[in-house]
Design a binder for this molecule. Structure first.
Ligand SMILES: NC(=O)c1ccc[n+]([C@@H]2O[C@H](COP(=O)([O-])OP(=O)(O)OC[C@H]3O[C@@H](n4cnc5c(N)ncnc54)[C@H](O)[C@@H]3O)[C@@H](O)[C@H]2O)c1
Length: 306
């Protein structure tokens, strides 16, 4: 049996967060609380002040693991004017991965490892900072064929320290998956709300739980949602077509099919130990599992069961 003891590893590198809004401000605060050394920068002085008050060292000089937490259209230029250590690993929290990989890999090469925490609210800006935002959330950390595993691990450790569980996936796999569970739901929420708006004030006055739950995300910043769905246009259009095909089914059949997915959801989790190996990690992600901590020579995680 393998002994599960914490690893005596090199001290965790510092983390630099670029963009201290909802995601970046929350990550910086969570990492400070976890005892990591955190530096950060934002173009907005108010965001810098709020982060400094939470223990973030405000500077343009960043090293260790540098996390880009800026809006998607700002990703490509996010490091402009910053002094980033030449050996730093750069990651991001952008909601789409293939376009950011296409922008950053030519500049950063193997130093770039994409990421995406599956959390956040419809609020934005530093006032939405919540150090508990990542607790228990899934955080995709991308493994491309040329990703250096030690750099992947550094990024995974940032996500774990913030309280998240790490899901290994390629950028393309990630984009296809989130099209179905995030980007299409954003479009459907907008469609539901627009149709209810056309139905008139009586309908809106009677709207209750199912309408509220189905449209919660329409409060998100429209620029954020637009950048997300357009940045993942191909997979999102394909996922939307699958939803349209579902809607064309006879209603009793459709309702039963949706309920069956819920009813078949795994009831439990089985703990697994995974070597630090690309194929093994990707297999864990494809099985619906996640990494929860790093141990001596391997990673501990779980896969769905039951
Ligand atoms: N909001 C969500 O639910 C959510 C969830 C997961 C991932 N994301 C991703 O996280 C990223 C940030 O989203 P957010 O919701 O935190 O946005 P936000 O608007 O709350 O914060 C963005 C911050 O970046 C700063 N900024 C903009 N350009 C900059 C630059 N060039 N250099 C430094 N700072 C800059 C802004 O001043 C702002 O403080 C986006 O890429 C988004 O796709 C968002």
């Amino acid at each position: 049996m393998t002994t599960a003891s914490p690893v005596p590893t090199a001290p965790a590198p510092p983390v630099g967060v670029v963009g201290l809004g909802q995601l970046g401000g929350s990550l910086a605060a969570a990492l400070v609380a976890a005892g990591r050394a955190v530096a950060g920068w934002d173009v907005d002085p108010a965001a810098r002040e709020a982060a400094a008050a939470r223990g973030v060292r405000i500077t343009r000089e960043l090293a260790g693991v540098v996390v880009l937490a800026v809006p998607l259209p700002a990703m490509a230029g996010a490091l402009d004017g910053l002094d980033v250590a030449p050996d730093a690993t750069v990651t991001d929290v952008g909601s789409v991965k293939a376009p950011v990989l296409a922008e950053l890999a030519p500049v950063l090469g193997g130093r770039y490892v994409g990421g995406h925490p599956m959390c956040g609210t419809e609020r934005s800006g530093h006032a939405a900072t919540d150090p508990g935002l990542f607790t228990g959330a899934r955080w995709a950390v991308c493994l491309e064929p040329d990703t250096a595993l030690p750099r992947w691990l550094r990024v995974a450790e940032v996500a774990l320290d913030a309280g998240a569980e790490v899901v290994p996936a390629t950028a393309a796999e990630h984009d296809e998956a989130v099209a179905a569970v995030s980007h299409v739901p954003h479009l459907l929420a907008a469609a539901l709300a627009a149709a209810a708006g056309e139905a008139g004030p009586l309908a809106l006055a009677l709207a209750a739980g199912s309408f509220r739950d189905g449209t919660r995300v329409i409060g998100s910043d429209p620029a954020f949602v637009t950048a997300m769905v357009q940045g993942n246009a191909g997979p999102t259009a394909a996922a939307l077509e699958r939803v349209q095909a579902q809607l064309a089914r006879p209603w009793p059949e459709l309702v039963a099919a949706g309920h069956a997915v819920r009813a078949a959801a795994p009831a439990g989790r089985r703990t697994v130990h995974v070597p630090l190996d690309r194929a093994a990690l990707l297999a864990l992600g494809r099985a619906g599992g996640a990494v929860t901590r790093r141990l001596a020579a391997f990673l501990e995680g779980w896969v769905p069961e039951g």
